[in-house]
Design a protein around this ligand. Structure first.
Ligand SMILES: Nc1nc2c(ncn2[C@@H]2O[C@H](COP(=O)(O)OP(=O)(O)OP(=O)(O)O)[C@@H](O)[C@H]2O)c(=O)[nH]1
Ligand SMILES: [Mg+2]
Length: 223
């Protein structure tokens, strides 16, 4: 009962966030992954390419520190940091009220895309609607082929799976085809982009995905 109430309140605030995003004409993406899969790095590389093409804002979620927010600084994106240890009980995920608390620190009306970098965690972030229009997750090949089977809720919640660190495959005992077979069992047909934030491979496709999503969301909202 208590849990149901928490999710109900969260969903009401998520709907309010989404209304504010639609009013501002921006498209919001919830970016999730296990710790260290490469969210901040693929985001940095995308920001480099998107300068002058899309106006990007970032909500950076971390339990503690401004390390990732500092790394994302300097690429022209407006950034609002949420430390969950600071008033939100040190939670292992972002929820809709936390995201809402950051929105007044961003120039929403000037943005095309808002990317919410969630706290690194392969479980809880997928359970909370934060008001985003789409979920994207970063999976890195160093995590193992079986992860879609063990953490299906996250892989099912994703509209896009970014398969990152592909530059490391030659150094690993890793079977990419087996990973895709496992992913197909839990989320058949999900969009996938292979990236290496180290070499830049696939980052242009990630930027195109964001750009196309923004166009489609605007068409759906404006009608
Ligand atoms: N070789 C290689 N290393 C990468 C790649 N992407 C990220 N890394 C490295 O992986 C480590 C973690 O990357 P982050 O971008 O901090 O990962 P994150 O998902 O933002 O981590 P948290 O925010 O702590 O959950 C860093 O040392 C990156 O340099 C990649 O494509 N190839
Ligand atoms: Mg990060």
């Amino acid at each position: 009962m208590v849990l149901e109430r928490i999710f109900e309140e969260n969903d009401q605030t998520a709907a309010a966030n989404r209304r504010d995003f639609d009013t501002a004409g921006l498209t919001a993406v919830n970016l999730m992954s296990s710790p260290g899969a490469g969210k901040t790095t693929v985001l940095c590389e995308a920001l480099r390419l998107l300068q002058g093409r899309l106006a990007v804002g970032i909500v950076e979620g971390d339990i503690e520190t401004s390390i990732d927010a500092d790394r994302l600084d300097g690429f022209g994106a407006a950034i609002a940091l949420i430390n969950t240890a600071n008033g939100f009980g040190g939670e292992c995920h972002l929820d809709a009220p936390m995201v809402r608390s950051a929105l007044s620190r961003l120039p929403l009306a000037d943005l095309d895309v808002l990317i919410i970098e969630n706290v690194g965690n392969l479980v809880c972030p997928a359970e909370f609607d934060v008001g985003a229009h789409a979920n994207a997750m970063v999976y890195s090949v160093t995590e193992g082929e079986e992860k879609p089977l063990k953490y299906p809720v996250m892989f099912r919640s994703a509209d896009l799976v970014i398969v990152n660190k592909v530059d490391l495959i030659p150094h690993l005992d890793y079977d990419l085809a087996l990973f895709y077979a496992n992913l197909n069992k839990v989320h058949p047909g999900v969009a996938v982009i292979e990236t290496s934030a180290r070499t830049g491979h696939g980052i242009d496709q990630w930027c195109d995905w964001l750009s196309d999503l923004h166009r489609d969301t605007r068409v759906a909202t404006i009608g």
